[in-house]
Design a protein around this ligand. Sequence first.
Ligand SMILES: [Fe+2]
Ligand SMILES: [Fe+2]
Length: 188
Amino acid sequence: MQRDAAATPGGPGAFLTDIQTLRRRAREHIAQGAVTPGYHADRDVVLRLLNEALATEIVCTLRYRRHYFMAKGIHGESVAAEFLEHANDEQQHADQIAERITQLGGEPNFSPEGLLSRSHAEYREGSSLGDMMKEDLVAERIAIDSYREMIQYLGTKDPTTRRLMEEILAKEEEHADDLASLLEEYSG
Ligand SMILES: [Fe+2]
Ligand SMILES: [Fe+2]
């Protein structure tokens, strides 16, 4: 952590930048919006990671929507309702991530070209209701692992992005849990 010369070593303000310096820094590079000189993360890396997460969310939205329309059979209706709910959550995640990308001065990549290779999760259609749930559970588990890594990388360098990813991670864990229970009901 960078310490400011004006902070008294060991004093109450030891780890905080003094207000004059904060004000001066905020006036420099105003065009960078939310990105201040105190931003310690590697912005290019964060933007790349966020665009990969965005691709993951878009692929998950598409896969859940397909599953929603294809869900049939005795359990079809209740499972379809769950698929739709997850599709809408993933869409919301995509929007939140895109918003954060623009706050950081980047551009959200919505291009269909290369979408699947940017995404961590796969687009698997699945032939039966059981298959669909399994594929969705696998995709959630992939997202959980990659988001957890991303959060570890962000550490204290970009707390806002980290908090956003933590919120999304919690939701993906909920999704995985929902799917695991549905699968158990379905096969049991
Ligand atoms: Fe998501
Ligand atoms: Fe999810």
